[in-house]
Design a protein around this ligand. Structure first.
Ligand SMILES: [Zn+2]
Length: 236
């Protein structure tokens, strides 16, 4: 019955690996990083939108200032051309020029304010870009570690599967069916080693009566009287 202990060791190993595979720490780390990245990407996109908007604002102000400059040049050339001699008209032009210069000064203040805002947003945008790049580096690293861990698990599973394929033919089909049945009902453990009169699976000592029975009987299948698992006496 010794192969049963080996089969149990192999199956427990497979169970452990499958559990690990389903809940890889590397995968959890990667999920967290990807979540962080999604949040950061949204913030980054918002900063990009603010940046576009402030750039449009600045362009609009610059265009308006340029238009005022053009008007000022036009009015000035009229003023100094000598074409206009009517004092009232000249005074009107002068008043228009004053109004244009006030408007320009006001727009320039606005432009200065917009440029300051733009610089702040540009800095934030740049910082976000750097953070995203750093996060991408971490994601690449975590992905590699996750993949390495997965490959290692798959390789171990393959080795166990090969070992299992060699063990199974050495076990009687009825015993194997019983083993599978107990394993399904007993948390994956169907076999206990019998050491010093104690079932190692449930940790309970056998009664003197069952110990006696085991000594006298040549029955190949012994089951622990406490947990009903298959008992195997390890060699040596
Ligand atoms: Zn037991």
């Amino acid at each position: 019955m010794r192969p049963l202990l080996d089969l149990q060791r192999v199956d427990s190993g497979i169970d452990r690996l499958n559990q690990r595979k389903a809940d890889l720490p590397e995968q959890r780390e990667l999920d967290e990083l990807n979540e962080q990245r999604s949040g950061l990407a949204v913030t980054h996109a918002e900063a990009q939108a603010s940046l576009d908007s402030v750039a449009r604002e600045q362009t609009k102000l610059e265009t308006e200032i340029q238009q005022i400059d053009d008007k000022v040049s036009h009015e000035q050339s009229r003023l100094y051309s000598g074409e206009v001699s009517n004092p009232k008209e000249l005074a009107n032009i002068q008043a228009e020029l004053d109004a244009l210069r006030r408007r320009k000064s006001h727009l320039e203040d606005q432009e200065l304010e917009v440029m300051e805002r733009r610089e702040t947003i540009e800095n934030e945008h740049g910082d976000l870009f750097t953070s995203l790049a750093e996060l991408d580096g971490k994601i690449a690293d975590a992905t590699k570690r996750r993949d390495d861990a997965s490959i290692e698990i798959e390789n171990e599973l393959k080795r166990f599967a090969e070992e299992r394929a060699q063990l199974v033919p050495t076990i009687h089909p009825e015993v194997l069916a019983l083993y599978e049945d107990i394993r399904a009902r007993r948390g994956g453990v169907a076999v206990g080693a019998l050491v010093d009169g104690t079932c190692r699976a449930c940790g309970l000592p056998l009664s003197p009566m069952q110990r006696d029975e085991i000594k006298r009987s040549d029955e190949p299948i012994i089951r622990c009287e406490n947990c009903r698992r298959l008992l195997v006496i390890p060699e040596g």
